[in-house]
Ligand binder design. Structure first.
Ligand code: SF4
Length: 329
């Protein structure tokens, strides 16, 4: 009991210190929905985070930043996107090891090879890619605007990288709506691919009154099995958050990153969310401690450990595909 009280107090002290220091250092803090609950706590709720969102929400927010410094509580490709949108600002990532299995599944060289193999076919890249990869593609997308972006092209064939599962789900929709074909890559999110038809069926059997909340990045077979007997939503993080508000159900099975459950519980405290709780190991490298350390490093010689730096030509070439994506918000 003593240990729990002490660690709770320490956490609160850290939150207060970060909140205070943020003002002194002219910094804002952006956090993704997959952060742990203490990092998701916004200023109005007693935390220090200025904005919490999904990839698209964070990209849009990054275009409005006034402060000189940004602490990005998310993974590296997201912090890079913030840097591309704000090259003159200091974008700090509390742990440079915050990677992503999707982003590392494809490189700029792979995109060049795809172009050679499929000349003239437009390339859409999920925003979960590194800056060098983005610099080679025609447009980026997030799970929120992927369908609208794919539909906006006149070409009958498109390349979608790197998430094969999201690509298959997108393909099903786009083919039914427009007859377009997608050429896919073979990347996957190591969190969302853990949701199988078997584990979803077992959860549904125990919770027959629950509706499904499922992300686009989950394998197609799991989706087909899960929606055989349950209602719910298949979509982006934002679609999931909105769906719960509109649904009459009391109970939901969440098939997305575990800590999205904390976001949902904060928004809808009277509802119940059940999840097998698969956590993203990359997102969880960001902690209160390294967020504080990144803040403290501002205007010291330690800042380089945390600062996102990208070659100028990569920034300017990656900017266009992101800018085009932002027209679909
Ligand atoms: S949840 Fe998946 S897509 Fe998101 S950062 Fe983790 S590995 Fe990448």
């Amino acid at each position: 009991m003593e240990t729990q009280t002490t660690s709770r107090r320490t956490k609160q002290e850290l939150i207060e210190e970060i909140h205070q220091l943020k003002k002194e250092k002219d910094a804002v803090i952006l956090a993704h929905y997959y952060m742990t609950p203490d990092l998701q706590l916004t200023v109005d709720k007693g935390g220090f985070t200025d904005f919490i969102g999904d990839s698209l929400g964070l990209s849009v927010e990054a275009t409005k930043i006034k402060a000189k410094n940004v602490i990005f509580c998310g993974v590296k490709f997201m912090a890079e996107t913030a840097k591309i949108l704000n090259p003159e600002k200091h974008i700090l990532l509390p742990d440079m090891g915050a990677g992503c299995s999707l982003a590392s599944s494809i490189t700029a060289e792979d995109i060049k090879e795809l172009r050679k193999k499929h000349p003239g076919v437009p390339i859409i890249a999920y925003v979960n890619t590194y800056a060098e990869t983005k610099a080679e593609v025609d447009i980026c997308c997030t799970s929120r605007n992927a369908l609208a972006i794919a539909k906006s092209f006149e070409e009958p064939e498109l390349i979608f990288v790197p998430d094969v599962y999201m690509g298959q789900n997108l393909q099903q929709n786009i083919e039914a709506q427009t007859g377009k074909k997608l050429i896919l890559w073979h990347g996957s999110c190591e969190v969302h691919e853990q949701f199988t038809g078997k584990n979803m069926k077992a959860m549904q059997a125990m919770n027959p009154d629950a509706e499904m909340l499922m992300h686009w990045e989950v394998p197609k077979e799991t989706i087909n099995t899960s929606f055989e007997n349950s209602d719910g939503v298949l979509g982006s993080t934002n679609d999931i958050l909105r769906y719960v508000g509109e649904s009459k159900a009391q109970k939901f099975i969440l098939a997305s990153e575990c800590d999205l459950g904390a976001t949902l519980k904060g928004m809808y405290p009277d509802r119940e969310f059940i999840t097998p709780c698969f956590k993203c190991p990359y997102m969880k490298t960001i902690t209160l401690e390294n967020t504080l350390a990144a803040l403290k490093s501002i205007e010291t010689d330690k800042v380089s450990h945390y600062e996102i730096t990208l070659p100028e030509d990569v920034i300017s070439r990656a900017y266009m595909p992101i800018k085009r994506m932002l027209q679909f918000t």
